[in-house]
Design a protein around this ligand. Sequence first.
Ligand code: FES
Ligand code: FES
Length: 154
Amino acid sequence: MMQLVTLEVNGEQHEIAVEADGALLAVLRDGLGLIGTKRGCDTGGCGCCTVLVDGRAVYSCMMYTLSAQGRKITTIEGLAADGKLDPLQEAFVNTGAVQCGYCTCGFIMVAKQLLSETNNPDEDAIRHAIAGNLCRCTGYHKIVEAIRLAAKGG
Ligand code: FES
Ligand code: FES
């Protein structure tokens, strides 16, 4: 059954018809065209669909769209401002933490939450924060390095 909802995504209000039992990931990608958020496993096992909801990293494949009403949703498209990449995005590029890139937006969104809560996380804290995200390319070392670099201001 379809239902009309209003979602706040990257600071903009969107009124959109959604499946009552559908996942937020499908609405972001297929309804709003925000394809920076990736679909991987679709079952809560890889983290590449991660977005921020009220500042907290969530797997959008596992969240009902209806539960996201009235909350602030941020996707990777919402991070750059005034034509400038977010410091985390720059750090990922500068450290070589992006290879195929499929996992990257999920890691960046998780790191965004971490850095909003912790000024200068150590390696253990970073590895703990990214434990729910999988990367098949980088071996994780460069990702940890990128997050540390961004924490230090790039
Ligand atoms: S696509 Fe959501 S956790 Fe894998
Ligand atoms: S860069 Fe390819 S899966 Fe992470």
